[in-house]
Write a protein that binds this ligand. Structure first.
Ligand SMILES: NC(=O)c1ccc[n+]([C@@H]2O[C@H](COP(=O)([O-])OP(=O)(O)OC[C@H]3O[C@@H](n4cnc5c(N)ncnc54)[C@H](O)[C@@H]3O)[C@@H](O)[C@H]2O)c1
Length: 178
């Protein structure tokens, strides 16, 4: 069965590494990040498509989108399914870190970090699940479910540290959502 993944925040860092590994494992992937990183997204897509796939399908496509917007996440999922086929994996990797002791952090800092790290993950989890349910029962291989939804937490989601208070709270929330 052909497998398709969206990896948010994959223009660089851990997301790019996850996408590269998934392509090596035979997935077609959507490389997503914020619009201001369009050039980085395109560079990752070009790198992954450098060797063509055996079935002529693109190994990677580029979709800039802000995960804090539910409608943008829905549009990204629609476009991925149109271009690559049914969605089998969502990796909600996009996240922002902020090093600031709690007494220096502002309400705006809390909104900003929670908007990407919690609302963004919520948008990806719920929209991907709705898409997978609409697609119907997954095929199974060796008794394993084929549909998967993953999120990036952190060691900070298990053990908080003072300089990263708001970030750690958001990563505890990712574990709660998951
Ligand atoms: N690097 C680490 O040591 C570490 C440790 C634990 C957890 N994590 C988590 O792993 C994930 C990836 O970390 P990383 O180190 O690769 O970070 P990174 O900053 O290199 O990559 C994260 C990407 O997410 C993108 N992004 C930010 N806001 C977005 C939005 N609204 N919509 C779409 N994309 C958005 C960024 O532009 C960036 O390219 C994050 O969730 C991070 O919190 C990282």
């Amino acid at each position: 069965m052909h497998r398709t993944a969206i990896i948010t925040g994959s223009a660089n860092g851990i997301g790019k590494a996850i996408a590269s590994r998934l392509v090596r494992d035979g997935y077609s992937v959507c490389i997503n990040d914020i619009r201001s990183k369009a050039a980085d997204i395109d560079a990752v897509v070009a790198e992954l498509n450098a060797t063509p796939s055996s079935d002529g399908r693109p190994k990677a496509i580029s979709i800039p989108a802000d995960v804090t917007s539910g409608t943008s996440v829905e549009a990204m999922i629609r476009e991925t399914v149109d271009k690559l086929g049914p969605l089998t994996l969502m990796v909600a990797n996009a996240g922002i870190a902020q090093t600031k002791p709690l007494f220096s952090a502002t309400g705006e800092d809390v909104d900003k970090v929670f908007s990407v790290n919690v609302k963004g993950v919520f948008n990806c989890y719920t929209r991907a699940a709705q898409q997978m349910i609409a697609q119907g029962d997954p095929e199974t291989a060796a008794g394993l479910r084929v549909y998967k939804i993953l999120g990036a937490a952190s060691i900070g989601g298990f053990r908080a540290s003072a300089p990263l208070g708001v970030y750690c709270a958001s990563k505890f929330a990712v574990r709660g959502l998951t």
